[in-house]
Design a protein around this ligand. Sequence first.
Ligand code: S3P
Length: 433
Amino acid sequence: MPEQVVVRPGGPLRGTLRVPGDKSISHRALICNALAPGEAEIRGLLDSADCRSTIACLRQWGVQFEESADRILVRSPGQDGFRPAAQVLDCGNSGTSIRLLSGVAAGLPFRSRFDGDESLRRRPMRRVLDPLTQMGAAVDLADTAPFWIDGAPGLTRGFDREIAVASAQVKSCIVFAALRAERPSRIVEPGPSRDHTERMLIAMGAGLDVRGAAIHVEPGAELTPQDLEVPGDISAAAYWIIAAAMTPGSEVLLPNIGVNPRRTGVIDVLRDMGVRVELVNRRDVSGEPVADIVARGGRLHPTLIDGDTVVRAVDEIPTLAVAAALADGVTEIRDAAELRVKESDRIATTASLLRAMGVEVEERPDGMRIVGGRLRGGELDSHGDHRIAMTAAVAALAADRESGPTTIRGAAAVEISYPSFWRDLDQLRHVAV
Ligand code: S3P
């Protein structure tokens, strides 16, 4: 994987592209099936560094995985049969691995030690460690990784309040711990974060009941393993949808994409900006809504991105900010302070990317103000953040032709969620118009 990539401004994007499996659903397919005694087959799993972190941690607890070309078999003794990990559970770059597995560790009768890479070691962990402590787990109350958790099969208390941030990682952590508590829990969400964990656990027979913003968990039910098919990742598709939107004359078909309503904020924002995005062939696959997405290019109008839309488009905001740079007016992003604690400070890294391409942008504590106009090719850096690397590529494609190519350093970061990204970029560009 090259560390540095040069991307020339492109003409229209044309063609059909299959994007890899959804990252969030892949982590959950592995973890939820690991909690259930027995075997399950997962098809379409994302094969990327983040999912490999989850697999490596679960292996240490005694879960077996058999990989073949198009599927992975999970064979587990169930959570009651887990054994202590011999080594620290290294979650690499993956916030989803460390936070979801912390919730599982809280229900295990031994100590689990967690750590991650430089970026993960900077990310806030009290948001999961505080609730786990309140539920009765003995926890090393560190602000950041590394930390340890001394779990217990029957946590003394349930959880009964609103969680502090609209975060699916925090919510899922508490849900996994609540499955092993002595008492029922009620977890109230402050915003509509992705609900893949709830959907999957309900299908596996967990005592979970979702009423509005409240998730009720009745502990103790034995989970049944589930064969699952993971749909294409809308967060990966979003790069092509936005790249197509920014280049008039483009038309891209992205088959088999997960379109869970808590993930489709990106489509709502683009439609608001005047982009034609169509969802066709809608169906349900393994309990998740799926569709084929057709994205086209056109003129872009400015918009306001705030409130629940931010929660429903949390990973797509940097790329939407790039689209806003070509809109005919001023776009504002508000209520997005969570972006500061992702794989990089995505408000800072996005603003600096836009500035490097000649865009007028004002950074704010919870968002930014972007003056639409044009993008000029330049020198960009991913800051080790996969989503910033791919956002940089989209910006480079849509830059003025006269301004020349863009050099993207730290391009290998795409390994985290979309290893074939640079190949797919070539494929879409080389299809004759
Ligand atoms: C994820 C949830 C989001 C998202 C991350 C994946 C998940 O984080 O940014 O890429 O799989 O639960 P938060 O839940 O912390 O917002």
